[in-house]
Each structure stands twice: as structure tokens, then as C-alpha cells.
Design a protein. Structure first.
Length: 151
């Protein structure tokens, strides 16, 4: 019997529509540490489908090549943020901004034990970058959140 999830894939996989998928793949590899798993050419030299990996996580993407497809640029932004853990959030943030990403929030320590920052990549996708720096119990996290909120 065939498994309903293909081997080598998580059950949930983001799929990004991008105007400039080939350049985006290069950015994700060079700046965010992805590896390319697969690329299928589409019409007019565009990418019909590609897969990249961040460790054991998979992201699928393709160029806009069908009528009616949208990306964050032609939608005026994206309500979705992709969470990505990286070994060094400070260095990754600097690399991303130098490579054309918009820095939305600089790296800072968060009450829940991560050091995090947010960028928007040159294709309009928002990424929350983080390095886990401290294991925080639920009780301590609740205490810190209340202190942060002034309560």
C-alpha cells in the first residue's frame, strides 16, 4: 500500500508562488541555507515546480506561469510568515539584508527563548528567522510574557 504522504516529505509543506523563482532559489540557498532538491522547467524558461529543503523541512515553489496566480508583490504583501530556525540569526539577518531583503525587525532576544528577527525577501515573502538560545519552561514563559505586557 502506498503511503498518503510521499517518502521524504513532511505532512505540511508551504508552496510559494514567485515571480523570479530561479533567483529566489539562489537567495534561499546562499542566504538562508537551503539546499535544492528538485527543479522542473516550465514555459519560457521559468520554473514550473521546484523543491528546496531546510534540514528536514521542505518548501515547494514555482514561477507565476498560470493565469490568475498571485504572489505577495501583486497582492500587496503576504499575511503568512515562514518560521525558519538558523544557526546564527544575527549573521543570517545581515546576509539577507545585504542580499536585498527588507529588514523588518532586527535580531533580539525573545521572552520564549529564541533570538529572532523578521525579513521580507525580495519576492515579498516574510520570514521570521530565529536561533533558539534558551530552553524556557511554560511557567517561566508565562511569567515573562506577563512582565513584558506590564502585568
Amino acid at each position: 500500500m502506498v503511503n498518503f504522504v510521499p517518502d521524504g516529505f513532511p505532512r505540511v509543506t508551504p508552496y510559494l508562488n514567485i515571480d523570479g523563482a530561479s533567483e529566489a532559489i539562489s537567495f534561499y540557498i546562499e542566504v538562508l541555507g537551503a539546499t535544492e532538491r528538485f527543479r522542473m522547467p516550465g514555459p519560457d524558461g521559468k520554473i514550473g515546480h521546484a523543491e528546496i529543503a531546510f534540514g528536514d523541512s521542505v518548501v515547494m515553489l514555482a514561477d507565476l506561469c498560470m493565469e490568475g496566480q498571485r504572489d505577495p508583490v501583486n497582492l500587496g504583501g503576504s499575511p503568512v510568515t515562514i518560521m525558519l530556525y538558523v544557526p546564527d540569526v544575527d549573521a543570517t539577518y545581515v546576509r539577507a539584508v545585504a542580499a536585498g531583503a527588507k529588514g523588518n525587525s532586527e535580531p533580539e532576544d525573545k521572552f520564549y527563548g529564541d533570538r529572532g528577527a523578521t525579513i521580507t525577501d525580495p519576492w515579498g515573502h516574510e520570514w521570521h528567522l530565529a536561533t533558539h538560545v534558551e530552553d524556557v519552561s511554560e511557567e517561566e514563559m508565562d511569567k515573562r510574557m506577563k512582565a513584558m505586557m506590564g502585568g
